[in-house]
Design a binder for this molecule. Structure first.
Ligand code: MD6
Ligand code: FE
Length: 215
């Protein structure tokens, strides 16, 4: 165990942030080698790309999906699509390691029966951010959102049910999993601009895996 692991071992593994918002510190660390290997396979099969918002802005994150559908944004709006618009092929299959990780995290958080059918992969370089928004493109809001942070630390914002509610700021470290569902499923959330940093496994990047049941 290195010093980093030792310092984190002092923190409780599970933190209840708000009703139905649960943070599992460093949950991924025991599985990280398999997760990172499978991440490489997915992004070799379908490249990361910058999407454009319906308003015409190029997003600062680069994105790809795996699973039965993928989250896409273009001038026509946000939606889930069964084909990758870049390749016109189905998205890569969701690796079993991804699905198991997401289901285990949801179980620990108290959301048994999470059935993720899509995983959105976002890569953040220094300065990349995600504005406050609600996740509303999914069909079944009784299913939670499972968000896995890898690499460089980012400050996540967890807000209320209207955009102007002042968000909580949560630093998310490599291996942390944040789960929100139930009464908190439609909270506004976002990511502050990522500060320069470096992580042994992911270099200067933050990578986020967001698991959802879209369909
Ligand atoms: C994150 N992403 O990348 C958080 N939500 O840490 C999101 O909350 C998100 O990237 C809806 C659609 C795309 C996203
Ligand atoms: Fe979101």
């Amino acid at each position: 165990m290195d010093l980093f692991d030792l310092l984190f071992a002092q923190q409780p593994a599970r933190q209840d942030i708000l009703k139905d918002v649960i943070l599992l510190r460093r949950f991924v660390v025991p599985f990280q080698h398999e997760i990172l290997a499978d991440l490489v396979t997915v992004i070799q099969a379908a490249p990361l790309r910058q999407m454009v918002t319906p308003g015409g802005y190029t997003m600062s994150v680069t994105t790809v999906s795996c699973g039965d559908s993928g989250w896409v944004s273009d001038k026509n709006g946000y939606r889930y699509a069964s084909l990758d618009p870049l390749t016109q092929k189905p998205w890569p299959t969701m690796p079993d390691s991804f699905k198991q990780l997401a289901q285990q995290a949801a179980d620990v958080a108290g959301f048994a029966d999470f059935k993720p059918d899509t995983c959105l992969i976002n890569r953040y370089q220094v300065g990349a951010r995600m504005g406050l928004h609600q996740d509303k493109d999914e069909q079944d809001f009784s299913q939670p959102i499972v968000s896995v942070s890898l690499g460089v630390t980012a400050v996540f914002q967890m807000g209320g049910f209207v955009r102007r509610d002042k968000p909580l700021k949560l630093p998310l470290y490599h291996g942390d999993v944040l789960i929100w569902g139930g009464e908190s499923r439609l909270r506004y959330h976002g990511v502050m601009p990522v500060k320069a940093g470096s992580h042994p496994a992911l270099g200067e990047y933050r990578v986020n895996l967001t698991f959802r049941k879209a369909w």
